[in-house]
Design a protein around this ligand. Structure first.
Ligand SMILES: Nc1nc2c(ncn2[C@@H]2O[C@H](COP(=O)(O)OP(=O)(O)OP(=O)(O)O)[C@@H](O)[C@H]2O)c(=O)[nH]1
Ligand SMILES: [Mg+2]
Ligand SMILES: [Zn+2]
Length: 305
C-alpha cells in the first residue's frame, strides 16, 4: 500500500452503513464518509454498525475516506446487525403484534453466550396493562431485568443509566415500538416510526438499517425488526441453552445428577419446580431448544437420546 493511501489515518466507530457507504464517527468527534477498501472485502468481513475501524483518505472527492481496517470485535450479531454490543433492550409488545416469546428466549440465550446484558421490555402497556405486567413478572421471576413500558410513561431510570456507557442495541420484531422509544429519548423525528397493518396486526419493517446515536457517554442503536432466528445457524451449542435460563441453572443445584439435562432424569429439581417456581412455557422452550441443538451436535447422525 502506498504512503499516500495511508495518509490522514483516524480511528473511529461505524455509526451507519447504507449501500456500501459507511459513516464513521472519529474519536476527535469528526464524521467521515467511507467506502470499503478491497482488502477488507477480501477478508470476508462485512463491516457492521458498532465496529471500531481505522479510516484514511481515499483520494476520491465523492467519498473522501476508506475503511482501512476493522479492529477485533468483542462480539457481533447478524440479527440485528451490530458489533461490540454491551446492552440489548429486547422489545416485545404485549399485543399488536402478539409477543413471540420463543424469539425472546432465543435472544436471551444469545445474550448469555456473547456476554451482552439483556433488558427485557414489554411495550404498549397502555393497550393491555395486565397482560403486559404479567409477562414482565414471568421474566423478572426468572432473574432478568424485565419491565412493562409505554410511550406515554417515563423511561425507567435503569435504562437511562445503562445507556450512559458502551453500545446499547434495541432489538425485537417489527412494529413493537423500537423507533418510538428512540424518538422519545433523542427527540421526535430522529428516526421514522411506522404503523401496524390493520389486517395482520404486524409491523411494516419501517426501519431498514442499523443506526447508532450518541447518548451521554454511550451509543444507542435503532435496528430493523426481525422475526426469524435459528439458534443452530447462529452457532449456539446445546451446552449453551441454559445460559438463557438462569432460573433453571439455579434450580439445577438441587438435581440428583450434576450433569442433569432436566429432561428425563430422575430426581430432577428443575422438573419438580415447573408450574410453581419455573414457568411452564419457559421450561417447554428450554427443552425444545436443547433437543433441537442436541440433535445438531457435531458428529451426530441426528435424533435425540
Ligand atoms: N399503543 C401504543 N402504540 C405504540 C407504542 N409504541 C409504539 N407504538 C406504535 O406502534 C407502531 C410501530 O412503532 P415503531 O416505533 O415504528 O416500531 P418499530 O419496532 O421501530 O418497527 P420496525 O422499524 O418496523 O422494526 C406505531 O404505530 C407506533 O405509534 C406504545 O407504547 N403504545
Ligand atoms: Mg423502527
Ligand atoms: Zn435436573
Amino acid at each position: 500500500m502506498s504512503d499516500r493511501a495511508r495518509s490522514g489515518e483516524a480511528a473511529g466507530i461505524i455509526t451507519k452503513g447504507v449501500g456500501g457507504t459507511f459513516s464513521v464517527r472519529c474519536d476527535d468527534g469528526s464524521v467521515r464518509l467511507c467506502q470499503i477498501r478491497g482488502n477488507i472485502r477480501l477478508s470476508g468481513l462485512t463491516p457492521l454498525t458498532g465496529d471500531r475501524v481505522i479510516t484514511c483518505e481515499s483520494g476520491d472527492p465523492d467519498i473522501p475516506f476508506v475503511l482501512e481496517k476493522i479492529l477485533p470485535r468483542k462480539n457481533y450479531l447478524v440479527r440485528p446487525p451490530l458489533a461490540n454490543i454491551d446492552n440489548l433492550f429486547l422489545f416485545f409488545s404485549c399485543t399488536d403484534p402478539v409477543p413471540d416469546l420463543k424469539l425472546l428466549d432465543k435472544m436471551l440465550i444469545i445474550c448469555g453466550k456473547l456476554d451482552i446484558r439483556p433488558f427485557i421490555l414489554f411495550s404498549k402497556r397502555d393497550k393491555s396493562p395486565d397482560a403486559c405486567d404479567d409477562l414482565a413478572a414471568v421474566y423478572e421471576n426468572a432473574g432478568f431485568y424485565s419491565h412493562s413500558i409505554s410511550r406515554n410513561e417515563d423511561i425507567p431510570e435503569e435504562l437511562i443509566n445503562a445507556l450512559d456507557s458502551g453500545i446499547t442495541g434495541l432489538a425485537g420484531p417489527s412494529g413493537v415500538g423500537k423507533s418510538t422509544f428512540c424518538n422519545k429519548l433523542l427527540g421526535e423525528h430522529t428516526v421514522t416510526v411506522g404503523n401496524i397493518s390493520d389486517r395482520l396486526k404486524r409491523g411494516k419493517h419501517t426501519t431498514r438499517h442499523t443506526e447508532l446515536f450518541e447518548y451521554g457517554d454511550g451509543f444507542i442503536t435503532d435496528t430493523p425488526g426481525f422475526t426469524s432466528l435459528d439458534l443452530f445457524e447462529v452457532g449456539v451449542l446445546y451446552t449453551e441453552v441454559a445460559g438463557g435460563f438462569p432460573e433453571i441453572v439455579r434450580a439445577s443445584e438441587g438435581c440428583r445428577f450434576s450433569d442433569c439435562r432436566h429432561i428425563a432424569e430422575r430426581q430432577c429439581r428443575v422438573r419438580e419446580l415447573v408450574g410453581s417456581g419455573i414457568d411452564e412455557g419457559r421450561y417447554a422452550r428450554y427443552r425444545e431448544f436443547y433437543e433441537y441443538l442436541y440433535s445438531k451436535r457435531p458428529n451426530c447422525s441426528g435424533g435425540y437420546k
